[in-house]
Design a protein around this ligand. Structure first.
Ligand SMILES: [Zn+2]
Ligand SMILES: [Zn+2]
Ligand SMILES: [Zn+2]
Length: 286
């Protein structure tokens, strides 16, 4: 399983608009944090996006991502879904070429038309409802197949597989019942090295005990950590480290960071631990 961080920043991104602090003006590329999202590729082929943040399109172009077979959403906060419309491009890439001639409803002056194929988008029921409210044109009731609206089939399944990756939803609190996911590459769960299991929680301030049990000993834990100071809906450094100690992953990466600390300063804070700040573009391979 390969896992690429498409973004690692908090909801306003880093640099923040109009901020001249040392982090927002840093020359270190690791201090430029897009809004959080990820791209997962299984060894067998299918690939999927975790969230569709506002800079998803730019990240896909930068990292040469042209294949997406499904989308997995954590929640409908705008920093995680504002790029959803760009799923249209993957509908087209995954689409079929339909011959058509003058008079056909699909005819637009060419002897063929690319018709998008629906993509499955996995999300909590509440998130699905919010997606229809925020993006009413994705409803099956309107629009034109795959050309100016994302063609999506929503699923609220708690556990599912995308190719050889099994996915389980994790309940967390983010001032409301929210979710993360654990991704496990089937057939590789017992492997000593490499990334066979990844838990991903980008937004929470509390993790229930039963969710911690589901993540115990994962290869990689990706966990939100906004900053050192406490915050009502996100984890602080102290809280994140306490959860990571209980979960005991082989390695942990922090995401959803604000502009309080540079990447180097995060590394210094985390020296001597198995935890590192993630950065945009970082790829984990296994
Ligand atoms: Zn967020
Ligand atoms: Zn700043
Ligand atoms: Zn959020």
């Amino acid at each position: 399983m390969k896992f690429r961080f498409l973004g690692t920043g908090t909801s306003v991104g880093v640099p923040q608009i109009g901020c001249t602090c040392r982090v927002c003006t840093s020359a270190d590329p690791r201090d430029r944090r897009r809004r959080c999202g990820a791209y997962v590729t299984s060894a067998g082929g299918p690939s999927f996006l975790v969230d569709t943040p506002p800079e998803m399109r730019l990240a896909c172009i930068e990292y040469g991502i042209s294949k997406v077979d499904a989308v997995v959403l954590t929640h409908a906060h705008m920093d995680h879904i504002a790029g959803f419309d760009d799923v249209r491009r993957f509908n087209t890439i995954n689409g079929t070429r339909v011959p058509c001639k003058p008079g056909d409803p699909l005819y637009r002056g060419l002897p063929y038309r690319i018709v998008g194929k629906p993509m499955t988008c996995y999300a909590m029921e509440r998130t699905v409802e919010q997606m229809h409210t925020i993006f009413p044109y994705i409803s099956a009731k309107g629009g034109e197949n795959g050309l100016f609206r994302p063609m999506i089939e929503f699923s609220s399944a708690d556990a599912f597989s995308i190719g050889s990756v099994s996915v389980e939803r994790l309940k967390v609190e983010h001032s409301f019942p929210c979710c993360g996911y654990v991704f496990r590459e089937e057939g590789k769960a017992k492997r000593e090295e490499g990334v066979a299991s990844i838990a991903y929680i980008s937004d929470c301030h509390e993790i229930p005990d039963e969710t911690i049990e589901k993540m115990l000993g994962v290869d990689v834990m990706v966990l939100n950590c906004l900053r050192e100071r406490p915050h009502p809906t996100h984890l602080s450094l102290e809280n994140a480290l306490a959860y990571i100690a209980r979960i005991a992953p082989k390695k942990a990466y922090l995401v959803h960071m604000c502009h309080d600390l540079t990447h180097e300063e995060w590394l210094a804070r985390l020296a001597g631990t198995n935890v590192e700040p993630a950065y945009d573009g970082l790829e984990l391979k296994g």
